[in-house]
Design a protein around this ligand. Structure first.
Ligand SMILES: CC(=O)N[C@H]1[C@@H](OP(=O)(O)OP(=O)(O)OC[C@H]2O[C@@H](n3ccc(=O)[nH]c3=O)[C@H](O)[C@@H]2O)O[C@H](CO)[C@@H](O)[C@@H]1O
Ligand SMILES: C=C(OP(=O)(O)O)C(=O)O
Length: 427
């Protein structure tokens, strides 16, 4: 087990290349279950969520071969092997095995998913969708059992806009008989990416990226080649780092339109941003103004960037209100930022940040993936050295983070934890 050290105050300069989108990757891999021959996905990020999902695909009989950024998955020999325990509990996205296995085998047993603890993460809308398509769904001792004689297309209205439910229902519906309509669907770029893969496999999907998705079921889905979209949250994280302490940073392999709500807020704060076709150039400003943010469903400000953005706000002049309407308890990073001298209080679903404050390096713990990103940003701007534990969360979603930041001029390194430290960490 390792910990991370960041020595603050070193300006970032140079360029950083963004990897494939984690939140696409974690759905694309389970989607391959639906094909009858090899699927090749190009550009998958080198993160532990991808490793875990690849291992789960192997557990059910898939052949997975990784050649650098390209992953070959042969699903031909997969079976409806029950996955009630084990790796499925390590991440949230294992729930996509429900939709994909139900779509292919008409049955699945999947343990309730893990993932970041952001408050309750119900899956009632996923289940509502599976049931509408004809499945019987039961929860038996912490695992979800799904069975169907056959799946028949249906009209499904989502009571809450959910990325996970939208994708899971698409996965279950692409091979159902007849037409499925998902209303009040989520519109995230990752949903379009999954629909693009499924379409290349032979599915008939219209409207992905809007709030009504229409799917005409097909009998057979085949192998294909797909290139994943760049990770807008990784890109957003480096953009915020550059806004916090960047002399001149080029973010490469990004779709700037995916980051509009973030870029608009950064410009309001006084950050200089140039947008290219696939690049962003960021220069920080010595004076940043406080701005309020409210996370919303896409295309609003993404909840995944709320935590990193909060660290930046400690540098801004004035009072900022950060409200998370998607996960109202996504504030575990705040106590840790306070340890670093940030002036932040949490009231209900909002954090109120008063700045500017000169952060001080401290020993802190990442409670979840984006909390980890928030603490690294805090460490980059703080005086002295920040020591961060809980790297297993960060490694779920940021590839080669220390290398990428070192290349930009940050002083950042990892060290093994002693046995005593591991004991303390786990107690
Ligand atoms: C809309 C939104 O911003 N979604 C984000 C959310 O997706 P994630 O897939 O985690 O969450 P969903 O989009 O599925 O859920 C959005 C909201 O709906 C609720 N919900 C969801 C499913 C369900 O069956 N019942 C239910 O009540 C959730 O608790 C949450 O409050 O976190 C991901 C990882 O952090 C981000 O990549 C997504 O962009
Ligand atoms: C919370 C996240 O991941 P997950 O939903 O996979 O836990 C995230 O990507 O910010």
């Amino acid at each position: 087990m390792q910990k991370l050290f960041v020595e603050g105050g070193k300006p970032l300069k140079g360029s950083v290349r963004i990897g494939g989108a984690k939140n696409s990757a974690v759905a694309l891999l389970p989607a391959t279950i639906l094909a009858d021959s090899e699927v090749v996905i190009e550009g998958l990020p080198d993160i532990s969520d991808v490793e875990t999902l690849s291992a789960l695909l192997e557990e059910i009989g898939g052949k997975v071969k990784r050649n650098g950024e390209s992953v070959h998955i042969n699903p031909a020999q997969m079976t409806a092997m029950p996955l009630p325990n084990g790796k499925v509990k390590k991440l949230r996205a294992s729930y996509y095995f429900m939709g994909a296995m139900l779509g292919r085998f008409k049955r699945a047993v999947i343990g309730l998913p893990g993932g970041c603890h952001l408050g309750p993460r119900p899956i009632d809308q996923h289940i509502k969708g599976f049931e509408a398509l004809g499945a019987t769904v039961t929860n038996e001792q912490g695992a979800i059992y799904l069975r169907a004689e056959k799946l028949v297309g249906a009209r499904i209205y989502l009571d809450v806009v959910s990325v996970g439910a939208t994708i899971n229902i698409m996965l279950a519906a692409v091979k159902a008989e007849g037409k499925t309509v998902i209303e009040n669907a989520a519109r995230e770029p990752e949903i379009i990416d999954v629909a693009t893969l499924l379409t290349s496999m032979g599915a008939n999907i219209k409207g992905a990226g809007t709030d009504v998705i229409r799917i005409e079921g097909v009998e057979k889905l085949s192998g294909c080649m797909h290139t994943i979209i760049p990770d807008r949250i990784e890109a957003g994280t480096y953009t915020i780092m550059a806004a916090a302490i960047g002399e001149d940073v080029l973010i490469d392999n990004v779709i700037p339109q995916h980051l509009e709500p973030l870029l608009a807020k950064l410009r309001e704060m006084g950050v200089e941003i140039e947008e290219g076709e696939e690049q962003l150039r960021i220069r920080s400003s010595s004076h940043l103004s406080a701005v309020d943010i409210k996370t919303l469903v896409h295309p609003g400000f993404p909840t995944d960037l709320q935590q990193p953005f909060t660290s930046l706000l400690t540098k801004a002049e004035g009072t900022a209100i950060v409200t998370d309407t998607i996960y109202s308890a996504r504030f575990k990073h705040i106590d840790e930022l306070r340890r670093m001298s940030a002036q932040i209080k949490v009231e209900g679903a909002s954090a109120i940040v008063t700045g500017p404050t000169k952060l001080q390096g401290a020993k802190v713990r990442a409670s979840d993936l984006r909390a980890g990103a928030a603490l690294i940003i805090a460490g980059l701007i703080a005086d002295g050295i920040t020591e961060i534990t809980g790297l297993e969360h960060i490694d779920r979603g940021y590839e080669c983070l220390t290398d990428k930041l070192s290349n930009l001029g940050a002083v950042i390194w990892r060290e093994e934890m002693s046995e005593q430290e591991i004991e303390q960490f786990q107690s």
